[in-house]
Design a protein around this ligand. Sequence first.
Ligand code: SF4
Length: 358
Amino acid sequence: MTRSVKVRKQLAKNARRRCRSVPAKARRKPCTKTAVRSKRATDSKGQRPKVSRVSKGIQTVSERSELPIAPRKSGIQWTGKMWNTVAGCTPVSPACAFCYAGKRLAPRYQGRAQKGGDPGSPYLDIYDSQKKHFSGNVNLIRGSLGDPFEWNPDRPEAVFVNGQSDTFHEDVPDDWIVRMFNVMNLPCLRNYWFQILTKRSGRLCELGPSLLWAPNIWPGVTVENETYLHRVDDLINCGAPKVWLSIEPLLGPMNALELDERIGWVVVGGESGNGAKPDRQTHEEWVLDLRDRCADAGIPFFFKQWGCKAYNPLTEQGKIDPTTTGPRPTKGGCLLQGKIVREIPEQFRYLFPDLKAE
Ligand code: SF4
């Protein structure tokens, strides 16, 4: 049986269940299995740690104890909060070289998990201190599928889905992705905007047509230069009515990018990773070209930041970009020809009330 047939069968099965009260069910029984990790860590004696079991219908302290390790609120300007259902990742292209999640967060979370002494934590083996990046282990965060039912329904937000990993990573089981979509498709979550971002566009294109895409679930791909434009083709063909692009860090001109009508949003930013070399500088003309072409195509354009002060065109003119400080500082500043450009698709503007002032 092919993977897409399996996924379709699973979807049909879950759609039948959806008529029941899924929120209550998800809270009560998110999973009755052990915390599974694709490659489990060993202790100092080379032994695999014991994994705590979850008794039927009850989440153990062990299962939930991982939650404080990764905060849910996001500091990213174009989203509101994170919904992480997966821990760990594998770098796949130049955009990953200075990935904040892999370089900065993974060692922090792994350290906290080790200190916490929870052998079932999904963060225990996600960092490789030799590579100084993600180890390549990917673990499911059991219990996280129930998180959306704890969100305040009176304060909907944009939700960056698996912003510290990749939903379509090859080690994330199809079944887990289907279950995530079952949650995101619930009518009670229709006021949230689920922003899924992947660099595994091939798998998105393969699974996408079997998934349900409510109008508030937008998949996107990262494209850092023209070498990865094939990701945009995959995205366009994934079956979602509206999609978005994250062109961050922008590492080259994007002349060959075609702005299909299904692209509903374009986010652009410079390299903000610590230790990045000057060859990763985002050039102003590349950004202006994208801004102008988005304007011509009627696509909202969001310029996040220059990445570091040295890359900011104002710095070259001996000036200071005021957006590097203040209540909403951006790394390297974000003025684009003197303006903050943070456009949001019309239907989701209510999720960003503070952007009106800018
Ligand atoms: S795919 Fe995303 S989360 Fe994974 S290493 Fe690359 S930038 Fe980081």
